[in-house]
Design a protein around this ligand. Structure first.
Ligand code: GCU
Length: 643
């Protein structure tokens, strides 16, 4: 059995009386809305009217909910709006009802699963896949519950297979799997969620009559046209495809001397008549770099490959850009591509799978960090505030994108609690809520999640919220310092190893020696800082104006450099690492006070993970601090133990 997370209400048929108004009770989404309202025993004496209205301002997915106990009305202009509204009404009643009129800010609100068909999950930290096992698709009650979770927070798209498409996953678009893919697409669709698949760009290579993946080869184009005709005949509700090309060993158009746009458009054109969209990732960089080559800067790669192609992509292509220029490190600047391709659809990719943020063994509530990214002003439209923050760009507002939005690499698996760490479910819930409404605060989102999951006990709310809200900052403190990133154990990406990626081929260097640390990315270095529009370029150009949490990302500085706090860099490193571990101690204490107040099994699971996190944060502290102490031989001013 598995937990039902924030939808853990009784399932007997005892909920609300539901009245239909101007809608078809046979529609799948309406039936699911009804089913959900009937599940909630706390709606027993209440009446809910579901009403379809003509109101363009509510668009496809908005709703208006009003009423007074015991009668409530959900109005929407589509079945999807009614379903989202029904879920929203349920949580509003549980949290304290007030009237709302809500329309999602972002068109695409997606989760990307990195699930493989053998059942493993790339960077999965919560068990195996619940989509695949033994090279087959799984569809069962768990799949439906997952669709309910997504729908309840307004997530409207899901990619079920890994971007690295290997083995049997290359055949997901073949006849043998399509009937089940269709079943899944129908199931998700009845919850307002579109199904997408990751695609092997070089699939045509395996057809001996084609034998190429050159996007300009007519044989290749014809092959994809026929393939998509077949796929859409069997799976008419498929949303489209996600492609990782020319990246980390995945094939792509570069092999044929073609651009990323030529590659993407070839697929997009074959999809067009089916209404499908093509999500093309910008995670393209040279992973065979020589660390001795001081000119190449991985941070520049996506910009250098894509920026000049603005306007060259078809209108059913959307570029999926990781939030930062490297790879989901705990702190990175915002990718300079945001705001600088006004004629090309863009969406942002976050990662709630905690690959570099504690792998769901550490509590690390990511919503405060995502908010910082979304609030970042790119100044793409000049200095007018509020026109071109990342959230304005990815919502499509700034440049009137046809397709845009937010996605995250999912953190779920078939563990009993879905997310490995019980508290990691806050990232799943939080991501959905934030994608729907980026104006929500991290405090509000965390409070909602805690109350919906653990009930209304004040102490539970207070302590869990403190833990969540301090967790990201704590993690950053005991991790690599000042935006430098990458001090993790190679390949597993868990635990400290300061030089683990230093002499590797992945373009991930901090260049610490006995005098200085950091990468010069201003005009005297790799020029990366200059990729941003003003005033950001100038801000990053000088250490004095660079936000200090990113100081070593942009600048190479001596350990004696004095920060705004009056501390030297080396003292800052020592202090933050001691503080980070102390913060985790505090988190464990706060949690300990909840014994008896939350379900025993869940309590034990969380307590165990916090104990591990506490040990591991000390490991991080001591390894990082000792590394810098040994490099510099500078003593800690406070005389604490260094090794
Ligand atoms: C990271 C991650 C890989 C993943 C890649 C991607 O590098 O470690 O496992 O495939 O990101 O986003 O494609």
């Amino acid at each position: 059995m598995y937990t039902k997370l924030w939808l853990d209400y009784e399932t007997e048929d005892s909920g609300a009386s539901v009245v239909f108004d101007e809608l078809n009770p046979e529609d799948g989404k309406i039936r699911n809305a009804l089913k959900e309202l009937k599940r909630c025993s706390f709606l027993k004496d209440k009446t809910v009217r579901l009403r379809m209205i003509r109101d363009e301002s509510l668009r496809e997915e908005g709703y208006h909910i009003y009423g007074n106990d015991p009668e409530y009305t959900v109005e929407a202009a589509s079945e999807t709006g009614i379903l989202y509204g029904a879920f929203r009404l349920i949580s509003l009643i549980r949290l304290g009802f007030y009237e709302v009129r809500e329309v999602p800010a972002n068109g695409l609100r997606m989760l990307n699963h990195w699930d493989n068909m053998d059942g493993s999950i790339e960077r999965g930290y919560s068990g195996n896949s619940f989509f695949f096992e033994d090279n087959k698709l799984i569809i069962n009650q768990r799949t439906e519950d997952y669709a309910r979770f997504l729908s309840s927070v307004g997530i409207n798209g899901v990619v079920i297979n890994n971007v690295n498409v290997k083995g049997e996953a290359c055949r997901l678009i073949d006849e043998r799997h399509l009937p089940q893919v269709n079943q899944l697409a129908e199931l998700f669709s009845s919850y307002g969620v579109k199904l997408f698949l990751s695609l092997n760009y070089a699939a045509t290579m395996e057809d001996e009559h084609v034998g190429s993946a050159d996007p300009l080869d007519p044989g290749v184009r014809l092959w994809w046209e026929r393939k998509f005709d077949e796929v859409y005949e069997k799976v008419p509700k498929l949303g489209g495809f996600l492609v990782k090309a020319d990246s980390e060993g995945r094939p792509g158009p570069f092999t044929y001397g073609r651009t990323q746009a030529e590659g993407a458009n070839m697929l997009a054109r074959a999809l067009k008549k089916h209404g499908g969209i093509l999500i093309w990732r910008c995670f393209v960089y040279n992973c065979q770099q020589d660390w001795r080559d001081l000119k190449t800067d991985r941070a520049r790669a996506a910009y250098d490959y894509f920026h000049d192609l603005d306007g060259c992509f078809d209108d059913n292509v959307v570029l999926q850009i990781k939030n930062g220029p490297m790879d989901f490190q705990v702190r990175e600047p915002v990718s300079p591509l945001f705001g600088q391709m006004p004629r090309t659809n863009q969406m942002i990719e976050f990662q709630i799978a905690q690959e570099y943020t504690g792998q769901q063994r550490h509590v690390c509530f990511l919503i405060p960090w995502f908010k910082q990214v979304l609030e970042f002003d790119t100044y793409a439209k000049g200095k007018n505030p509020g026109e071109s923050r990342v959230k304005d760009i990815v919502s499509g507002r700034t440049f009137d994108y046809r397709i845009s939005g937010i996605c995250a690499v999912s953190n779920t698996g078939n563990d009993e609690n879905w997310t490995g760490h019980d508290l990691a479910a806050a990232n799943l819930y939080g991501f959905g809520r934030l994608a729907f409404d980026p104006e929500l605060s991290a405090e509000k989102i965390s409070a909602e999640w805690i109350r919906l999951t653990y009930g209304d006990n004040e102490k539970v709310l207070r302590n869990l919220q403190k833990i969540l809200m301090m967790s990201f900052a704590a993690y950053e403190k005991y991790n690599a310092p000042l935006g430098i990133g990458w001090m993790v154990t190679p390949s597993v990406h868990y635990g400290p190893d300061p030089d683990g990626y230093e002499y590797s081929s992945w373009g991930t260097y901090h260049k610490a020696d006995c005098r200085a640390i950091g990468v010069e990315r201003n005009a005297s270095g790799t020029g990366y800082a200059g990729l941003y529009p003003e005033p950001n370029a100038s801000m990053y150009e000088n250490p004095e104006t660079t936000p200090e949490e990113l100081l070593l990302f942009f600048h190479r500085l001596p350990y004696s450099y004095v920060l705004k706090s009056g501390k030297t860099i080396i003292q800052h490193i020592y202090d933050t690492h001691f503080e980070g571990a102390e913060d985790v101690e505090r988190m464990a204490e706060l949690f300990g006070e909840l014994r008896g107040l939350i379900d025993g099994k869940a309590f034990d699971r969380i307590e165990k993970r916090l104990a591990h996190q506490l040990w591991h944060s000390k490991e991080w502290r001591d390894v990082i601090n000792s590394y810098f102490y040994r490099k510099t031989l500078i003593e800690d001013e406070k005389g604490r133990k260094l090794y």
